[in-house]
Design a protein. Structure first.
Length: 422
């Protein structure tokens, strides 16, 4: 049996190559999650960011129709520039709404950075809800939950296998964005982003402003119909025929106002009781005590007047790129599929240290395969001359590369067995 290969070790010259030749890149360029970035990492969106165009068009198109067709009569009917003021207020509502849409969808909602390795048992041994156990292979396992105290009440938090951390209270992992989000409310497909601690107030203001815009357009479309009926002394149906755009906007704004108005009312209830959408559907705090409820007034202050925490991620920070990760992963795959080579796992840190040229690895791998084929054919008579033996013996240069990458034990054992078989 072959001995297990030691972790790859690099010479000083190879370490120098890595340190000098690795280019600097931004964090967002190496981001492994499903988020999308714009303006050099200054804006972060969810994977379904394209839905923002649909949402913006559902807001802008009715407003354009209102300003182009309905407001013209209102400008002439109202004196002292009141008609112009009606149009100006509609435009202000629209700009206000679009700004909150962008503030909701284009910022970090509260993403918690992932850990590079699981937490140590000693760090959380005092507060774990279960003991650190051992698996059948003798590897320590991490308890799925642990208990912490929030406002004098015990709250159970879960361990996230993907992010390798215990989620803070009110945090949840979004399966769409593949992130743990602080004070996770829900993932909104209309804005293409998670709604969390850093953008919830903007989301609520977006929903509220959309409701007010719908009601505004709905009301003044009826005013326009009333002015037509008074000017032409006609019925309601004839007034609709004279201004069909008003009829279309009345129906559209009425249906939209029911949707966004109901959403606004629901989130007002959540704000007054200090709940999230996720908590309301999962835990049903109306049947149990809510540890986060501070009273109606303090809950409103906590949502709208508290300081928004800074992002825990610096997406524009410069880091060293993993220039040899692709090479290391391909070598690891070949070694895993080849039964003659010890299976060595190359993690990310090891991949950063592998800076040897790919051709050298291919040469080493080729000679290993030659040796393996000769050993498997040991039952057949050997027809080999001394000059043929030199084709599969390791040259000093190959031995040096093998020694740098922890393969010398495997080659030494092969040579001993081959020497004993002569």
């Amino acid at each position: 049996m072959y001995t297990a290969a030691r972790p790859p070790q690099l010479s000083d010259s190879n370490r120098q190559i890595i340190g000098t030749n690795a280019p600097n890149v931004r964090v967002y360029q190496l981001w492994k999650r499903t988020n999308r970035f714009c303006l050099g990492g200054r804006l972060i969106f969810g994977p379904d960011a394209g839905s923002i165009y649909l949402t913006a068009s559902l807001i802008l198109i009715p407003v354009i129709l209102f300003c182009a067709f309905v407001s013209q009569r209102l400008i002439h009917e109202f004196q002292h520039h009141m008609g112009n003021l009606i149009v100006a207020i509609c435009v202000v509502f629209t700009v206000y709404d679009i700004i909150f849409l962008l503030l909701t969808s284009a910022r970090d909602p509260g993403i918690i950075p992932r850990n590079s390795h699981p937490p140590d048992p000693e760090d959380d041994s005092s507060s774990l809800s279960a003991d650190w156990g051992g698996s059948q292979n003798g590897v320590s396992t991490i308890p799925s939950t642990k208990d912490i105290v929030v406002n004098g009440m015990i709250v159970r938090v879960k361990y996230c296998q993907t992010c390798m951390l215990y989620r803070p209270p009110r945090c949840s992992h979004c399966s769409i964005c593949n992130n743990c989000v602080e004070r996770f409310d829900h993932h909104c497909p209309w804005v293409g982003q998670c709604i969390g601690k850093r953008n919830y107030r903007f989301f609520f203001m977006f929903v509220l402003s959309t409701t007010m815009l719908c009601l505004y357009v709905f009301a003044f479309c009826w005013v326009n119909i009333a002015k037509i009926m008074g000017a032409y002394h006609c019925s309601l149906w004839r007034a609709f025929l004279k201004s069909p755009v008003s009829l279309i906007l009345i129906l559209y704004s009425f249906a939209t106002a029911w949707f966004v108005g109901g959403l606004t009312s629901f989130h007002l209830y959540l704000i007054f009781t200090n709940q999230t959408t996720y908590e309301n559907f999962r835990y049903r705090y109306d049947r149990r005590i809510n540890p986060y409820n501070l009273g109606c007034a303090r809950n409103v202050v906590d949502i709208f007047f508290s300081e928004i925490p800074k992002s825990k991620n610096n997406f524009r920070a410069k880091v060293k790129s993993d220039s040899s990760s692709v090479l290391a992963s391909s070598i690891s795959l070949r070694c895993t599929m080849n039964p003659e080579v010890p299976k060595t796992s190359f993690d990310t840190e090891m991949g950063k240290r592998c800076a040897v040229v790919a051709e050298d690895f291919e040469e080493i791998q080729r000679q290993i395969d030659d040796v393996g084929r000769l050993e498997r054919c040991a039952t057949e008579p050997r027809h080999m001359h001394l000059d043929e033996k030199a084709n599969w013996e390791m040259t000093p240069e190959m031995c040096r590369f093998a020694a740098e990458f922890g393969m010398e034990h495997g080659f030494t054992d092969r040579q001993k067995r081959q020497g004993g078989g002569k």
